[in-house]
Ligand binder design. Structure first.
Ligand SMILES: NC(=O)c1ccc[n+]([C@@H]2O[C@H](COP(=O)([O-])OP(=O)(O)OC[C@H]3O[C@@H](n4cnc5c(N)ncnc54)[C@H](O)[C@@H]3O)[C@@H](O)[C@H]2O)c1
Length: 432
């Protein structure tokens, strides 16, 4: 496994759990040291226990040596990051190119090099040419196997995925991939075998669909705000329609994280390079609706504070881009917190798991050690990531620590009547 971040570490541990002998490689020495010591460097439920088990079994180890993995493995999975490039929508492929071009010259034995990172269409073909030109062995081939795991459910999604997608150029590569996932396939997981470009597209098309569904209901929330309708009821009613379904139809602060925002932008950038920008123009609007929700949450808070953030104490609940993760990449919660601080408020943030990452990325924001501590003396509470701890908060207890019982529910996570009955001025996105 080349690259042991959220995706690669999870995949390395799960492959060992499935019975394979695995080495995880990363260029980050500190990360390799922590993983080798049995410590998962990020929050992922269930993963620490499986990491410990895999290390104890002797089937998993970690290294920073490309020579060691080239010597060891029959199959290499490239799981390095593909963040948004600075100053453009395009994916930054530096890490992918570095991983393939460092590994290839060391491949003196037959091997399948499988890309798992999310990449623009055309990358797999380019990496294949690169590897074939650099690898000393004749038996080296490239394949692409996009990954769909969700942070927070990464172990379950890796051991029991909805589907496997194999982008291959030969029957031998398909056979190797089938053998690499044999326990998963034997358990009934569907396999879609296709060409490189289609495999690459499956991932970005899936994320574009999900982002569109979220932005659709958030656009409905904007309309609800104008006509004083309730988007939570609207979404409940829509969700009963089996053609529509209720998943990803929850109105709120919108999507963030290390995948959806950068994947739809990279997809647009690639389409433009290929002259197909018209086909994806709607994604520009999907992105814009998503960003407008953050601005609307800031405005709602200001309305509750009688038009002024300056001099006010604002409690922000949530820093991770979603619950059950410590990932703060493009986090709506931190975006809103930083915006509110810029408007002159004293902001105090609390998150059950993402405090370390939040402190590093936003040193200007004050952090508290608990939900109640963050709320102490607050003029307003902004609930921006729907952790269970916040959903289960007792409004009467919270009212005793704040300066004024005002709350913006940015995730439609609370029952308005319960909070209003407890004396709170409650506002949420897309509902009266
Ligand atoms: N995080 C998710 O939920 C998820 C889900 C599906 C797909 N993906 C895709 O998987 C890829 C990785 O995402 P992530 O969230 O795990 O990123 P991440 O930033 O957590 O991990 C990337 C890792 O790659 C390492 N790395 C960078 N250059 C390297 C090199 N040359 N050789 C070896 N290691 C190197 C980094 O040190 C880091 O540990 C991305 O393309 C992402 O879009 C992520």
């Amino acid at each position: 496994m080349l690259g042991t971040g959220y995706l690669g570490a999870t995949h390395a541990v799960c492959m060992a759990e499935l019975g394979y002998d695995v080495i995880g490689l990363d260029v980050d020495e500190a990360k390799v040291a922590r993983l080798s010591a049995g410590e998962v460097p990020f929050f992922e439920p269930g993963l620490p226990e499986l990491l410990r088990k895999a290390l104890d079994s002797g089937r998993l180890r970690f290294t920073t040596s490309y020579e060691e993995v080239a010597e060891f493995a029959d199959v290499h999975f490239v799981c390095v990051g593909t963040p948004q490039s600075k100053g453009s929508y395009a994916a930054d492929l530096t890490y992918v190119e570095a991983a393939f071009s460092t590994l290839a010259p060391l491949l003196t034995r037959p091997a399948l090099v499988v890309g798992k990172s999310t990449v623009p269409a055309g990358t797999a073909a380019r990496m294949s040419e690169l590897v074939l030109s650099l690898a000393p062995s004749d038996g080296v081939e490239v394949a692409w196997n996009p990954e769909f795991l969700r942070e927070g459910f990464a172990v379950e999604d890796t051991l029991h995925p909805d589907r496997l997608v194999f982008g291959v150029h030969s029957a031998a590569a398909e056979a190797t991939l089938r053998a690499s996932f044999a326990p998963v396939i034997d358990a009934g997981c569907p396999v879609v075998v296709t060409d490189f470009a289609t495999a690459e597209l499956v991932k970005v098309a899936a994320n574009s669909f999900l982002a569109t569904k979220i932005s659709f209901i958030n656009a409905m929330a904007e309309v609800c705000e104008v006509v004083h309708a309730d988007v939570t009821k609207l979404s409940e009613a829509l969700g009963h329609d089996t053609r529509i379904g209720k998943r990803f139809l929850h109105a709120g602060l919108g999507f963030g994280g290390g995948c959806l925002p950068k994947d739809i932008r990279a997809f647009m950038a690639r389409a433009e390079e290929l002259g197909a920008q018209d086909a994806l123009q709607f994604l520009e609007e999907v992105d814009a609706i998503n960003k407008r929700r953050r601005a609307r949450a800031v405005d709602l808070g200001r309305e509750l504070l009688d038009g002024e953030y300056a001099g006010k104490r604002v409690c922000v609940w949530g820093a991770a881009f979603k619950p059950n993760s410590d990932d703060i990449r493009d986090s709506p919660a931190l975006d809103v917190a930083a915006a509110v601080q810029k408007l002159g408020a004293a902001v105090i943030v609390y998150d059950p798991e993402a405090m370390g990452n939040a402190k590093r990325a936003y040193p200007q924001l004050a952090m508290a050690g608990s939900a109640l501590e963050a709320a102490r003396g607050a003029d307003i509470v902004l609930l921006l990531t729907e952790w269970a701890e916040f959903r289960e908060m007792d409004p009467a207890k919270l009212a005793t620590v704040v300066s004024s019982p005002r709350l913006v529910d940015g995730r439609n996570a609370l029952d308005p009547s319960v909070w209003r009955d407890a004396g709170w001025t409650y506002r949420a996105l897309g509902r009266p």
